[in-house]
Design a protein around this ligand. Structure first.
Ligand SMILES: NC(=O)c1ccc[n+]([C@@H]2O[C@H](COP(=O)([O-])OP(=O)(O)OC[C@H]3O[C@@H](n4cnc5c(N)ncnc54)[C@H](O)[C@@H]3O)[C@@H](O)[C@H]2O)c1
Length: 284
């Protein structure tokens, strides 16, 4: 899985090529995904794109599918994997900043690994998006979901914080180190757009989902002020490096998104679709 290269037709917009090959399940393919921050003003989703699977013997494309559902679910799943290893077992309050697609899928996945969660503090710059989120998530999960009046209210006192606003190349971050308590686990999905450098530097363990990809993004002008990487997620999951070692540790996992997650999920979708005999045969 090479680090994802991107093109940027608009300010802070991206179209990323995300190829990956997973030998063990014979999955090969590429996600071609875009994120355009002005889209919501047009009534369009921020993220859109396609995913192509290829046959590993012949290289022939076997399937073309939408990639938005996969992007939502696998990103939430990655947050959940990180949370399982890095958040406190007794986490009760989660802060969600950015109440869109990821704000929903991440909460859904978090509840799988932390049944102890009792309260969600949600924040969004759009009051309409926030109100809808509070109503939907309360009905769906039966938790206490509180609308936070500021980013600070969605961070202070939380055991887990997920930020899912837009990715900005030259961000004006607002989250301060003093806002989060000892023992917190933070999972930014919007790179370092929401987190002040002093906040990122104040964590005891700075983790990422793939060191190489993070290093690549640095060469592209992102992540100008971040601490040294303690481990990547694979090192934590495989036990090569320790995850949470004490209840007071502040830990951050900077998950940039991995193409292997997309391909693994796409294979499940493809197999299920074949079994259900859905889909359209395309002439090639
Ligand atoms: N790291 C990953 O693996 C990964 C994967 C997918 C998406 N993402 C990123 O996650 C973010 C969210 O994606 P999405 O599909 O949920 O988008 P979305 O458009 O569905 O939701 C984004 C929400 O953030 C809100 N918002 C905008 N600016 C904000 C701010 N400053 N504070 C709080 N809320 C704000 C918007 O009103 C909207 O409700 C994007 O930055 C996207 O690139 C990361």
């Amino acid at each position: 899985m090479p680090p994802k290269p991107g093109i940027h037709p608009q300010k802070d917009a991206f179209i990323h090529a995300m190829p990956a090959y997973l030998q063990s399940i014979k999955a090969a393919g590429m996600k071609w995904v875009s994120g355009f921050p002005e889209n919501p003003k047009r009534g369009l989703p921020y993220i859109s794109g396609l995913l192509i699977l290829n046959d590993t013997e012949t290289g022939f494309p076997t399937c073309v599918m939408d990639c938005t559902w996969i992007t939502a679910k696998r990103t939430g799943a990655a947050t959940a994997v990180a949370t399982g290893h890095l958040a406190r077992e007794d986490s009760k309050v989660v802060g969600i900043l950015g109440c869109g697609v990821q704000g929903r899928s991440n909460l859904e996945a978090l509840l799988v690994v932390r049944r102890s969660l009792e309260e969600v503090r949600a924040y969004d710059v759009s009051k309409q998006a926030l109100d809808r989120y509070v109503e939907e998530m309360t009905a769906m999960h039966g938790l206490k979901v509180v609308a936070a009046a500021s980013p600070r209210e969605a961070v202070e006192g939380c055991d887990i914080v997920v930020s899912a606003g837009p990715i900005l190349k030259h961000p004006s971050p607002v989250i301060e180190a003093s806002w989060f308590k000892d023992g917190v686990f933070a999972c930014p999905l919007d790179f370092d757009s929401y987190w002040k450098p002093e906040a990122v530097h104040s964590v005891h363990k700075f983790i990422t989902d793939d060191r190489e990809q993070l290093a690549y993004y640095k060469t592209q002008g992102y992540f100008t002020d971040i601490p040294e990487v303690y481990a990547d997620l694979a090192e934590i999951v495989s036990g090569k490096k320790a995850g949470r070692e004490s209840s007071g540790e502040r830990i951050m996992s900077m998950n940039l998104g991995l193409a292997i997650e997309d391909m693994a999920t796409a294979m499940l979708v493809y197999e299920k679709a074949k079994k259900a005999k859905v889909g359209t045969k395309l002439p090639l």
